[in-house]
Design a protein around this ligand. Structure first.
Ligand SMILES: [Zn+2]
Length: 380
């Protein structure tokens, strides 16, 4: 490459940003695998040209590198591979040639990788095998952006837990809804559309049974062209109060629905819910008598879930944050007050955590439609 060294470095950043953007595209549809974007670049006539692009396909295969290499064909020889996560180095149960082998077979000369895969079966092996075979490997470019994208995969392989984003909407006076509530629209249409788009980037949407009983929601992605991207719907329902005539049950055959109940919940409602196509799982109770949230989240991770979007309610959000399970808390505030006594959206213990600079940092504030969104990220 000619020109000042800054040129090559900025090109690397540009192509890695491209690979990261491809990674984001697959989020929510590749579990249990990470969503990995890959870009193959080769110099043609003195200029760098993208000859292949790919990202992990729905269900987790093929991997992004395989897609990019297939697209490039013979053009991959001598190319640089930009990849959002260390390429895999082992044959999985489902078979398939590891991306390291594919990369070597294609004659790729250089690999720029954002971050090492903490999966104990890879954990540096991918990079090491490439180096041993004579490929130039540079790891760690835009690593922190990549870690944010792969947060669900990382937390699952490191801690046996999914990453959880908790989202709650409140009125200007702080309420999630009225007492003994009838349905009220707390969010504006733009904010609602934003939530639907978010859902499509998560593996699962989770709510508490109180929210399910009050709103009877569908929790699907209702946006043009994205309805097939509806995640698994999960209801935390300690005593199995869900009914088979609710929307989540009626639509359970088209969009998977899981209920997590306490081990001692009655068996009778389980039969009707199972018949409707819902999968009922059981975990123990925590000290507060509610579901053991840590065990519930660990169960989801065992089933392959890496990213959970929790949409309520206030008690679930507070409990998730108190137990260090909520990596991100999003609070949206509408300009209109409820003007009456209501259910507090951000309960006092959650408010205290969000205000504690050692526990959460305010990452950004955004206006979406008429509503103001604050994004809080867990620290450490
Ligand atoms: Zn791979």
């Amino acid at each position: 490459m000619t020109g000042p060294p800054g040129d090559a470095a900025s090109l690397d950043i540009r192509f890695m940003q491209h690979a990261l953007a491809l990674s984001r595209r697959g989020l929510g549809s590749t579990w249990p695998n990470p969503s990995v974007g890959a870009v193959l670049v080769r110099e043609i006539g003195g200029a760098p040209v993208i000859v292949g692009r790919g990202f992990t396909q729905p269900g987790g295969r093929p991997h992004g590198e395989a897609q990019a290499l297939a697209q490039a064909g013979p053009m991959a020889a001598g190319a640089t591979l930009y990849v959002a996560l260390e390429p895999c180095a082992y044959r999985s149960v489902r078979g398939g040639v590891p991306c390291v082998e594919r990369t070597l077979a294609a004659g790729v000369r250089r690999v720029v990788s954002a971050v090492e895969d903490p999966n104990p079966r890879i954990a540096g092996l991918g990079h090491a095998l490439l180096r041993t075979a004579g490929v130039r490997v540079e790891a760690g470019l835009l690593a922190s952006e990549a870690e944010t994208i792969h947060r669900g995969h990382f937390r699952r392989v490191r801690e046996g837990l999914p990453t959880v984003t908790f989202k709650i909407a409140r009125t200007a006076d702080g309420y999630a809804g009225g007492v003994g509530r009838s349905r009220i629209a707390v969010s504006c249409p733009e904010a609602t559309a934003w939530v639907h788009l978010q859902r499509s980037h998560f593996d699962a949407i989770m709510i508490g049974v109180d929210t399910a009983l009050a709103d009877d929601p569908q929790l699907t992605v209702r946006l043009p062209g994205l309805s097939h991207r509806s995640p698994v719907r999960i209801v935390l329902d300690t005593r199995l109060r869900m009914r088979a005539d609710m929307q989540l049950a009626v639509t359970a055959r088209s969009t998977p629905t899981w209920i997590i109940a306490a081990e001692d919940a009655p068996a009778e409602p389980e039969r009707a819910l199972t018949t409707a196509g819902i999968e009922v799982m059981r975990v123990g109770r925590g000290a507060d008598g509610h579901l053991d949230l840590h065990e519930a989240m660990a169960l989801m991770a065992t089933r392959g879930i890496t990213r959970v979007f929790s949409e309520g309610g206030p008690r679930v959000g507070e409990a998730l944050a108190l137990q260090g399970l909520a990596d991100e808390v999003i609070v949206s505030t509408s300009p209109a007050p409820l003007g009456a006594e209501g259910i507090l959206a951000v309960r006092p213990a959650l408010a205290a955590l969000l205000a504690d600079a050692a526990r959460y940092r305010l990452a950004r504030v955004e206006t979406i439609g008429h509503d103001q969104f604050s994004f809080h990220e867990r620290i450490g």
